[in-house]
Design a protein around this ligand. Structure first.
Ligand code: ADP
Ligand code: MG
Length: 139
């Protein structure tokens, strides 16, 4: 059975462009409950660790620089079928290919500065949740 948790990050471009409130509203409107959230500015080392799985990709260096360029807002979200439903809510990685009405279509700047992260599996959702939040920081 699909899990009920997923991890998102409102990325630096979303915060810098003033989209924080609208994106949170969109997420709540899509039926997700916020179980934890935290405003943080990642170091390059922390951003690199979070995106460890992409270390060999050509865009990794730029991605780490971008994710540590300003504050971001990780949130732990809860809903039935959380991972798949949230990926549908945010749309494709490249906003040019994202479906109408998705968060990335509405708010992303580019394939790199694409407004939000969304876990790609239940296993990664739990790993990513533990990366940002202790049990005590969850409600
Ligand atoms: P997603 O975030 O949709 O799961 P990936 O896991 O493939 O996408 O990539 C992680 C992040 O790396 C993307 O959200 C985006 O910020 C960045 N990224 C992915 N592909 C590219 C690319 N071709 N060029 C630049 N940045 C990219
Ligand atoms: Mg991914």
């Amino acid at each position: 059975m699909a899990g009920t948790l997923t991890l998102t990050i409102l990325k630096p471009d979303a915060l810098q462009n003033g989209h924080t409130g609208k994106i949170i509203d969109h997420i709540l409107g899509a039926g997700f409950r916020i179980r934890a959230m935290k405003l943080i500015h990642l170091t390059a080392a922390q951003a690199g660790q979070f995106y460890e799985v992409h270390r060999e990709r050509p865009f990794y260096g730029d991605l780490v620089k971008y994710m540590s360029s300003g504050p971001c807002l990780p949130m732990l979200l809860e809903k039935a079928n959380a991972v798949e439903d949230f990926r549908a809510t945010i749309g494709a990685t490249d906003p040019a290919k994202a479906a109408e009405g998705t968060i990335r279509k509405l708010y992303a700047q580019s394939i790199e500065a694409n407004a939000v992260h969304g876990s790609d599996s239940d296993e990664n959702a739990l790993r990513e949740a533990a990366f940002f939040f202790s049990e005590l920081e969850r409600v």
